[in-house]
Design a protein around this ligand. Structure first.
Ligand SMILES: Nc1nc2c(ncn2[C@@H]2O[C@H](COP(=O)(O)OP(=O)(O)O)[C@@H](O)[C@H]2O)c(=O)[nH]1
Ligand SMILES: Nc1ncnc2c1ncn2[C@@H]1O[C@H](COP(=O)(O)OP(=O)(O)O)[C@@H](O)[C@H]1O
Length: 186
């Protein structure tokens, strides 16, 4: 049986990562999408245990202290982390697994799980990235400015990834990802 592949999807805020993950959840239930823990407040429509596990600062501190996170990072004023146990269980059970995490998290996974495939999701252009982030309308202008600043840093790190997919069409991105995840690491 081919080994299942741990795949990481990263890219600047607003590029479409959540949209791609939501489409994968709908169209490819055979892929397991890790649910991260975050100290960020839920956006309208986000459900505890679906998009994220929403946690307080003390709870997050506890998870870090007890080593329950595979990786974690602070991003734009909030903390985010991947629960370790479920990821290892799914991989051991042969289930293709996807983490949608930021650049700092991707770097940690590169070190701790060197077989992982690191995929960078890129916008068609900087202008389109700004348009998407502003168009989403979920953050106030100061938070958008901060995320765009982070976005420049993330875009500069593209070459650290195994490959780049440009998010022009969400369906095409999903198709590429599924194809990649079906191929065992050589
Ligand atoms: N390191 C790490 N980053 C995460 C995790 N979960 C989400 N992120 C990243 O945190 C950043 C902010 O996520 P979010 O607040 O949902 O905003 P959005 O990605 O702009 O919709 C994104 O780059 C996510 O990929 C995680 O478990 N670990
Ligand atoms: N391929 C695409 N074409 C046009 N708009 C897109 C595309 N992918 C995502 N979007 C839109 O861009 C905005 C940001 O997407 P989102 O998934 O929230 O990004 P991220 O999770 O990377 O921050 C959303 O309004 C989303 O509907």
């Amino acid at each position: 049986m081919p080994r299942p592949r741990l795949t990481v999807l990263s890219g600047p805020s607003g590029v479409g990562k959540s949209t791609v993950v939501a489409e994968l959840r709908r169209s490819h239930p055979e892929v397991w999408l890790s649910v991260s823990v975050t100290t960020r407040k839920p956006r309208p429509g986000e459900q505890h245990g679906v998009e994220y596990f929403f946690a307080g600062n003390d709870e997050f501190d506890g998870l870090v202290a007890s080593g329950e996170l595979l990786e974690w990072a602070e991003f734009a004023g909030n903390r985010y982390g991947t629960p370790r146990g479920p990821v290892l269980e799914k991989l051991a059970a042969g289930v293709p697994t996807l983490l949608e995490i930021d650049l700092q998290g991707a770097r940690q996974v590169r070190t701790t799980m060197p077989d992982a495939l690191l995929v960078f999701l890129a916008p068609p252009s900087w202008e389109e990235l700004e348009r998407r982030l502003r168009g989403r309308g979920t953050e106030p202008p100061d938070v958008i400015a901060r995320r765009l600043e982070m976005g420049r840093v993330e875009l500069a790190a593209e070459k650290e990834f195994d490959l780049t997919i440009v998010n022009t069409s969400v369906k095409d991105v999903c198709h590429r990802l599924i194809t990649l995840m079906g191929n065992s690491p050589s």
